[in-house]
Design a protein around this ligand. Structure first.
Ligand code: 26Q
Length: 754
């Protein structure tokens, strides 16, 4: 500690008492940089390249200090000089490099790869504004740029660059690198590419900008609006910049390490995170051919090196690009893609697996499955659905390629960093082994009947709820009651995730409370979610929740029992406050639609009980904890898939038959809502629910109601038993560590060197 103090004082060039948080922050940034550099290990054998459009890494300072084993020392040192870690953390902007589960998964994976001392880097883009900043104005979402790059930026600018040809013109992709140090592990890198010419001054109103000016706008935003041709073309420009620069970097590194490229497989494993980086396949083939390797061999090499992860069964999220888009942006790739398509057509008569279909659409996922050696789903149920229905034609062609890798989360961020009080308590009970070997959490099972342990666990949850209440007050000026049950639904806003089901429940409760039918306990329903800017109904759902929140807040009869909090600009930093404070985790997607979910795992690990459908990884959570320790409801994935097949779902029938449903849906355009909200938005949502309801909200409404009321009653009647079940959940969370997931990827797919 004395040594650390000396180092910091030297870095700050003055006594720590006299330093601003900015100065201390900068000093620590340098300290972390130096310590991380010491853990760079030369690579021998095969190295992983994880290519992804998103890396939702969250703030880095505290996490890096934890992984370097410096956190406690730094914290005490600061406290000795009257400074707090919490205030220091405020200085750091959250990197805006992702949107949801797919990006956060990539970040958890990088942490686990480095922690397991495996050689593995990320490859992505350095978005200047990343995903938009969400603001609520007049109870509606609007979007502004999130300028996160600045003086506290962790990405190191390098002198390395690659030439990338876009629409026949050459651009220079510069490499930036963020060090990723594992927990007591090695340092790897997140490699992010950018153009020097990108210029945020071309952003106009909100997040709009001239989409045609590629040199200036290419890496401004993640997922630019793709509702027009220019927007869709821009996405291809972005994707190609990422994969072309990435592919060149991979080949250069491997050559430098001694590869003659024929043996590329001995040097590299490339993991394609969903279809966004799929063009890396034809790009690698093109580059290998340019270096004199024959096409057939190049295809073989690339197929052996690359593997693909699927994250969705929603048809609209599987990318299909019109051939003329690719002809325009990446004419150099089209001959390769056409040859790959011809190869497929020569192998099988089944046209449904073609790369280029009869409408001249290029199916990226099809290219991935044919020309990689592994296709994996992200939870057991998801993989079964891919094999049995969604990708069944491919499964029959290549049964050996399909495999499951149930997602996981890094416990360093989602327990050690976000819930230090629970971490310390667990350590006092079972020792520190769980930090690196998550299966150690099973040892907590010995304490489920120990009342002292349960009381302490309940007190920790209460502290975390108070901390969330305090944070909500100071950042969003929202007052909540920490003695109510906190039920949290935080995830991307999407109809299949069914925030609208939660909305209908809350309306139902409003009526029940007004009628004197009081719930078991006061309820605080917390939401965190961003809607894609062009996703109209998703924005309508946000509006409805914000309006309902105001209706309830203005009604003293109801507000004693019910409150809705919609957190503005939900991100990793907000999640770290919300997750430790949660009592009931809302995982209510339509069965079969959520590939895995990872929020479900974070809440469980932090001692929340799950209220969920048998979807994604919820199925595996239910198996792990047992039916008595989870609230499962709703139709099964088999029932849902059958209904889609028959095509006979009629929302209107459910609305007509059920008076509770009718009352809740009608309320959307009742006088209370219209007094505060917009008829356009609320009416459109109401129509959607009655006329379409594509994600079958209404058939699950009653089951949800019953199960949620049961949860509220149990919580109120027997709090100690609730806490006991929370402890069972924590003790069974070990399987959901991303260390386990990465070990499986490595054993089955990557076979990395050390
Ligand atoms: C596609 C086409 C055009 C524009 C955008 C997109 C697009 C963008 C983002 C498609 C998908 C995404 C993100 C998907 C995502 O986050 N998927 C989640 O991945 C998690 C990690 O595997 C799973 O746990 C979640 O179930 C899954 O929804």
């Amino acid at each position: 500690m004395a040594e650390l103090e000396t180092t910091l004082t030297e870095l700050c060039k003055k006594d720590l008492n006299m330093c601003t948080y900015e100065e201390i922050y900068t000093a620590l940034l340098h300290l972390v940089e130096a310590e991380s550099a010491k853990r760079v290990v030369p690579v021998s054998g095969r190295k992983l390249y994880y290519i992804s459009a998103e890396f939702l890494i969250g703030k880095l300072l505290s996490n890096n200090l934890i992984n370097l084993g410096l956190y406690d020392q730094v914290k005490s040192c600061l406290e000795a000089h009257g400074k707090s870690m919490a205030e220091l953390e405020e200085i750091e902007p959250e990197p805006s490099l992702g949107n949801g589960g797919l990006g956060r998964l990539a970040a958890c994976f990088l942490d686990s790869v480095a922690t397991l001392n495996l050689p593995g880097d990320g490859i992505g883009l350095r978005y200047h504004c990343g995903l938009f900043h969400q603001n609520f104005t007049s109870l509606l979402q609007d979007e502004t740029p999130d300028y996160w790059l600045g003086s506290h930026d962790w990405a190191e600018k390098t002198d390395t660059s690659y030439t990338v040809s876009l629409a026949g013109k050459d651009y220079t992709a510069r490499l930036y690198r963020i060090a990723v140090t594992g927990y007591e592990g090695r340092t790897n890198y997140l490699n992010l590419f950018d153009l020097d010419s990108v210029d945020s001054s071309c952003i106009e109103e909100g997040i709009s900008f001239d989409k045609s000016d590629i040199a200036r706008n290419l890496t401004l935003f993640l997922y630019p609006d793709d509702s027009d041709d220019a927007g869709r073309l821009l996405r291809i420009y972005q994707q190609y910049l990422m994969v072309s620069a990435g592919a060149q970097m991979i080949l250069e590194e491997c050559t430098q390490r001694g590869s003659n490229l024929h043996d590329l497989y001995d040097y590299a494993a490339v993991q394609i995170n969903d279809t966004h980086p799929s063009m890396v396949i034809p790009e690698l083939i093109r580059l290998l051919c340019a270096k004199g390797i024959a096409f057939e061999e190049a295809v073989e090499i690339v197929t052996k090196v690359c593997a693909y992860t699927n994250h969705t069964i929603l048809a609209e999220a599987l990318e299909k690009w019109p051939r003329h888009y690719l002809n325009k942006v990446v004419p150099q790739l089209m001959p390769v893609i056409e040859k790959l398509d011809a190869l497929v057509r020569s192998k099988t008569a089944d046209k449904s697996t073609a790369i280029i279909d009869d409408n001249d659409l290029v199916h990226m996922a099809h290219m991935d499955i044919h020309f990689t050696h592994s296709t994996n789903g992200v939870a057991a149920l998801h993989t079964e659905i891919l094999k049995g229905s969604e990708l069944n034609h491919f499964y029959r062609l290549y049964p050996e390629k399909f495999n499951n890798k149930t997602n996981g989360i890094t416990f360093r961020r989602w327990l050690l960093k976000c819930n230090p009080e629970l971490t310390a308590f667990i350590e006092s009970l079972i020792g520190p082994g769980f930090k690196k070997d998550a299966s150690d959490l099973e040892k907590l099972a010995a304490f489920t009947e120990d009342e002292n342990v349960l009381r302490r666990l309940a007190a920790i949850k209460q502290d975390n709820k108070k901390a969330l209440a305090h944070w909500l007050k100071s950042t969003q000026n929202i007052t909540v009651n920490p003695d109510s049950l906190f039920a949290i639904q935080s995830k991307r806003l999407h109809e299949y995730k069914r925030q609208q089901l939660n909305l209908l429940y809350l309306i139902h409760q409003y009526f029940e409370i007004k009628a004197g039918h009081l719930p078991g306990t006061p309820l605080t329903a917390v939401f965190g979610a961003k809607a894609a800017p062009a996703y109209t109904i998703a924005k309508d759902i946000i509006h409805a929740l914000l309006v309902l929140s105001a209706v309830i807040a203005d009604d003293p009869e109801v507000s004693k029992w019910l409150q809705i909090v919609f957190i503005e600009n939900y991100n990793v930093t907000a999640a770290e406050k919300m997750i430790p404070a949660c009592d009931l985790s809302e995982q209510i997607s339509l069965a079969s639609k959520e590939a895995s979910g990872t929020g479900n795992m974070k809440f469980m690990l932090n001692g929340a009980l799950t209220l969920g459908t048998m979807d994604g990884a919820n199925v595996e959570i239910a198996e792990a904890v047992g039916q008595e320790n989870i609230y499962i409801f709703g139709e099964s994935s088999a029932q849902v898939i059958r209904r889609y097949r028959h095509g006979d779902y009629c929302a209107r029938e459910w609305y007509d038959i059920d008076s509770n449903i009718r009352r809740a849906v009608n309320f959307l355009t009742g006088s209370e809502m219209l007094a505060r909200g917009s008829r356009d938005h609320l009416g459109r949502l109401q129509n959607e629910l009655i006329q379409k309801d594509w994600f079958q909200t209404l058939p699950d409404f009653n089951a949800y109601l019953v199960r949620k009321s049961q949860a509220l009653a149990d919580y109120a009647l027997n709090p100690l038993d609730w806490t006991r079940r929370a402890l069972v959940n924590i003790s069974k969370a070990g399987f959901f560590s991303s260390d386990r997931t990465i070990a499986e990827y490595n054993n089955d797919i990557w076979h990395l060197g050390i």
